[in-house]
Design a protein around this ligand. Structure first.
Ligand SMILES: *[C@@H]1O[C@H](CO)[C@@H](O)[C@H](O)[C@H]1NC(C)=O
Ligand SMILES: *[C@@H]1O[C@H](CO)[C@@H](O)[C@H](O)[C@H]1NC(C)=O
Ligand SMILES: *[C@@H]1O[C@H](CO)[C@@H](O)[C@H](O)[C@H]1NC(C)=O
Ligand SMILES: *[C@@H]1O[C@H](CO)[C@@H](O)[C@H](O)[C@H]1NC(C)=O
Ligand SMILES: *[C@@H]1O[C@H](CO)[C@@H](O)[C@H](O)[C@H]1NC(C)=O
Ligand SMILES: *[C@@H]1O[C@H](CO)[C@@H](O)[C@H](O)[C@H]1NC(C)=O
Ligand SMILES: *[C@@H]1O[C@H](CO)[C@@H](O)[C@H](O)[C@H]1NC(C)=O
Ligand SMILES: *[C@@H]1O[C@H](CO)[C@@H](O)[C@H](O)[C@H]1NC(C)=O
Ligand SMILES: *[C@@H]1O[C@H](CO)[C@@H](O)[C@H](O)[C@H]1NC(C)=O
Ligand SMILES: *[C@@H]1O[C@H](CO)[C@@H](O)[C@H](O)[C@H]1NC(C)=O
Ligand SMILES: *[C@@H]1O[C@H](CO)[C@@H](O)[C@H](O)[C@H]1NC(C)=O
Ligand SMILES: *[C@@H]1O[C@H](CO)[C@@H](O)[C@H](O)[C@H]1NC(C)=O
Length: 752
């Protein structure tokens, strides 16, 4: 229980424990029952009574000070134990500066501690600046009253228990009744306040540091701790903690939290694999970045959250893996789908070929995640047709616009001489790989089949088939028969036999009529044995008797009544000559006539005519036409007088030239047309002649009379000639006969 509270700085107060000599010391031993606490003791002196100042001095000289009372228990105690004193006792309160003040502590009296007797303090009679306590008064016992300080009253003192070493500097020594107690300052404890308050031990935070300063002891009152965080961490909470008087830290310990980075947005098609050693997306978090299948990373593959809360490195992107760009195969088509990007992962292309082409390879390809195509671009290959070979005995000409014997190839066929194409002459390779037509064959031309002649034998070789081109048949006759015709027949390139089929004819007298092989053999009763046979549509007539017996194969004259066919009789052409041979009679089969022309005539037509088996001449009768000379020009300078016995300016035409009187002919006066068609010379000219009048006249008359005789003579001739010429020209235009030729060739005519 505390009654009095005082501050005694150490060394300031020197307590003298003075024993009361003649005084009664009263010990207040309230706490004695609690184990012998040294008592705060009260002491009084009423012999003599003293004024307030003397009383206080006495207290201070012998004890600690004048008593200071602050509670009712103490008042009651004093009232009980102190002897009654009619003047009562002084206590340690005095008015200083008009304030009631505890003199021991120099503290103002507080209202709640007042214990005035009713009506007091009244300051009755003025200067009542000191206080007395009514000990054992009949009324208002133990109450206070203000009194003049000079009054004589009992001294009431106390002896304190506190000494300089009672408490440490960290507490106040407080007097108790009979003992003291240490009232510790905040932050201290212990009986002597020798201990500072303890706060709980602190530890450096995770990822942080702590630097503490300890004024009194580790983690004790007024210890302060400074906190820090490692790089990459930020502090949550206060960075400075102090241990308070209450034994509590000012705040909780801070924590160090990893610096945060922004949460990452996973880019498209990317896969993040993050490790967060500390906290999500915080310092030291690392993210490995990969891409989905078929995508490749563009940028760093790792991001790290730095101590400053930023990711190192730019967020990469995932790009579709690229495949090489494809091009359309030639003769083909390509159709691509690009779900992501052009020619990239998962792009697919489908291929097709144009008509006539086939795909070699797969019809589709895909871009794999490795950036390669699953299959190569196929090729469009031309559809193949079976290779053709040249037909035997033929030729083949092929054109291959694309590939050999492939789509659109075309072949044209031909045959060698003697062979004919059987089939189409061309074929084409279709888009189905088939030829539009089969290869044709070259077939040898066929000749008529031959039958063995009656009484004959035949031995044929057929290199290209029966009775076809180059088949050759050798003929023979039975004994007693002779052959008429060629003994070897060959089938030529035109499909015709080179020779007619021969016959075997019996030797004279040995022919016998009979039937053989369905071929009619007839007998002619009027003659010997006659054989009449149909052969090749032609009738051949022969008679046994017409052949003289002779060596086999020797052909004699034919029988007279087996007449050969007759051709028209020929007449020698006018001005021509003819020389004929008639093996079977005049102008009959195989008669041959050679033609020629007289001099000065040329032939128009063939010079040989033959009577063929049909009774016709192989050529028409030729004509002999007169040779023509170039016509001579008519000129005024020279008089020209021509005669044309055969034709105009033709062979035997002749021209005479003369000049007018007074001029002389220079050159020949006559030209005639030769059998070569040439004139005998060139046209003459007239040159003027100089002569005397007499000479001229003489000449004129001489010449004139001569001319008159000549003219007369000429006139007769001319008449004759003209008359004949007229007849002649008529004949020339129709036919030329030898008579005219004789006349024309008359030398007399020539000589004029
Ligand atoms: C006085 O108090 C102190 C400390 O409280 C104690 O150690 C001591 O024994 C007490 N003395 C008596 C006489 O009770
Ligand atoms: C006591 O207090 C007053 C004012 O409060 C002061 O003037 C005086 O000097 C003090 N005396 C002592 C002894 O401390
Ligand atoms: C602790 O703090 C004191 C005073 O502030 C300073 O001198 C000392 O260097 C610090 N120690 C550490 C380890 O930070
Ligand atoms: C405790 O520390 C505060 C501030 O550092 C200081 O003002 C105060 O005097 C200290 N208390 C003691 C008892 O040292
Ligand atoms: C993520 O990365 C760790 C360590 O690098 C590895 O062990 C783990 O397999 C990865 N996880 C995936 C899904 O890739
Ligand atoms: C952060 O990472 C670095 C290197 O990987 C390592 O040395 C360091 O200890 C890590 N820090 C923490 C706090 O984990
Ligand atoms: C397809 O092409 C390959 C390579 O060019 C070739 O070897 C093969 O013969 C061709 N196949 C056909 C069916 O033409
Ligand atoms: C591609 O070829 C496959 C077999 O190889 C076939 O089944 C499919 O129909 C073909 N596709 C086209 C578009 O031709
Ligand atoms: C062509 O050949 C075919 C078959 O070989 C045959 O039947 C036909 O008669 C021949 N045509 C001719 C004109 O030979
Ligand atoms: C092929 O035959 C056709 C008629 O069948 C004909 O018009 C064409 O001229 C022939 N071509 C040749 C080269 O013979
Ligand atoms: C037919 O002719 C061939 C060759 O010329 C010959 O070998 C063969 O014996 C002949 N046959 C007859 C029946 O004469
Ligand atoms: C046909 O026969 C002739 C002569 O015998 C010969 O020269 C020719 O080569 C033959 N023709 C063929 C296609 O055999």
């Amino acid at each position: 229980m505390i009654f009095y509270r005082a501050n005694y700085p150490s060394g300031k107060l020197n307590w003298h424990i003075i024993q009361a000599v003649s005084l009664v010391a009263i010990s207040y031993e309230i706490l004695s029952g609690k184990g012998g606490v040294k008592a705060w003791t009260y002491h009084y002196n009423i012999t003599p009574n003293m004024n307030w100042d003397t009383a206080r001095q006495w207290c201070r000289d012998h004890f600690t000070d004048m008593v200071a009372i602050q509670n009712q228990k103490e008042i009651k105690y004093l009232n009980d134990v102190l002897p009654s004193n009619p003047n009562y006792y002084w206590i340690g309160i005095r008015k200083i500066n008009d304030r009631w003040t505890w003199v021991g502590t120099n503290k103002t009296l507080k209202k709640e501690a007042e214990n005035w007797a009713p009506g007091e303090p009244n300051n009755k009679g003025r200067a009542q600046d000191c206080v007395e306590i009514y000990i054992k008064r009949s009324s208002h016992a133990s109450k206070w009253n203000d009194e003049r300080c000079t009054r004589q009253k009992g001294a009431l003192c106390f002896q304190a228990s506190c000494t300089a070493s009672s408490c440490t500097a960290w507490g106040e020594c407080i007097e108790t009744i009979g003992n003291y107690t240490c009232d510790c300052y905040p932050g201290f404890k212990g009986p002597r306040c020798e201990y500072a308050m303890e706060c709980e031990n602190l530890h450096p935070p995770h990822h942080g540091t702590m630097n503490c300063s300890h004024l009194f002891g580790p983690f004790q009152f007024n210890s302060s701790c400074d906190f820090g965080c490692n790089q990459g961490f930020v502090m949550a909470g206060s960075g400075l903690l102090q241990c308070q008087a209450s034994g509590q830290w000012t705040t909780d310990s801070p924590t160090c939290q990893a610096v945060k980075c922004n949460a990452l947005n996973t880019p498209k098609r990317a896969i993040l694999n993050c490790t967060h050693p500390l906290e999500d997306n915080s310092f030291n978090s690392t993210c490995e970045i990969g891409c989905e299948k078929g995508f490749s990373l563009s940028g760093p593959n790792r991001l790290q959250c730095t101590a400053r809360g930023q990711w190192i490195g730019q967020m990469p992107t995932c790009k579709a893996v690229k495949c090489e760009a494809l091009s359309i195969p030639s003769h083909g088509s390509m159709d691509c789908a690009h779900p992501i990007e052009k020619f990239s992962y998962n792009s697919g292309c489908w291929f097709g070929c144009k008509e006539g082409f086939l795909l070699n390879g797969t019809n589709s390809t895909q871009c794999t995640s490795q950036g390669r195509w699953s299959a190569q671009t196929p090729a469009c290959q031309a559809v193949k047709c079976e290779a053709l070979s040249i037909p035997s005995h033929g030729s083949m000409d092929c054109k291959h616009p694309i590939e050999k014997f492939s789509y659109n190839s075309g072949c044209w066929f031909g045959c060698k001489e003697g062979f004919l194409l059987n089939g189409t002459n061309s074929t084409q390779c279709t888009s189905q790989g088939r030829w539009s037509a089969q290869t044709p064959a070259c077939q040898a031309l066929k000749c008529q089949s031959l039958k063995t002649p009656i009484r004959g034998v035949m031995n044929c070789s057929h290199p290209f088939g029966d009775y076809r081109f180059n088949s050759s048949c050798e003929m023979g006759c039975e004994e007693g028969f002779i052959m008429r015709g060629s003994d070897i027949l060959q089938c030529n390139a035109s499909g015709l036999w080179t020779e007619p089929l021969p016959t075997c004819q019996g030797e004279k007298g040995s022919c016998r009529p009979r039937r053989r092989g369905g071929v009619l053999e007839t007998t002619n009763p009027s003659s010997s044995f006659a054989v009449r046979r149909s052969w090749g549509g032609q009738e051949t007539c022969s008679h046994c008797s017409s052949f003289a017996a002779g060596d086999r194969g020797e052909v004699r004259r034919p029988a007279p009544h087996c007449s050969t066919l007759k051709c028209q009789s020929l007449k020698t052409p006018i001005r021509g000559v003819m020389n004929c041979s008639h093996p079977f009679g005049d102008y009959r089969f195989n008669s041959s006539c050679e033609m020629g022309c007289e001099e000065g005539f040329i032939m128009r037509g063939s010079d040989i005519l033959q009577c063929n088996a049909s009774g016709l001449w192989t050529e028409p009768l030729p004509t002999c036409q007169v040779v023509e000379c170039p016509p001579l020009p008519i000129s005024s300078a020279v008089e020209m007088n021509c005669s044309h016995p055969i034709g105009y300016f033709s062979f035997l035409s002749s021209c005479y030239f003369s000049c007018a009187e007074g001029s002389k002919l220079n050159g020949t006066n006559r030209l005639h047309c030769t059998s070569d068609g040439q004139w005998t010379g060139t046209i003459p000219s007239c040159a003027a002649q100089v002569m005397s009048t007499g000479m001229a006249l003489l000449l004129y008359t001489g010449v004139g009379s001569g001319a008159a005789v000549l003219l007369l003579l000429l006139g007769g001739f001319v008449f004759l000639i003209v008359k004949r010429l007229a007849r002649q020209s008529k004949e020339i235009s129709i036919l030329m006969n030898s008579a005219v030729l004789e006349e024309c060739a008359n030398p007399a005519y020539d000589g004029i």
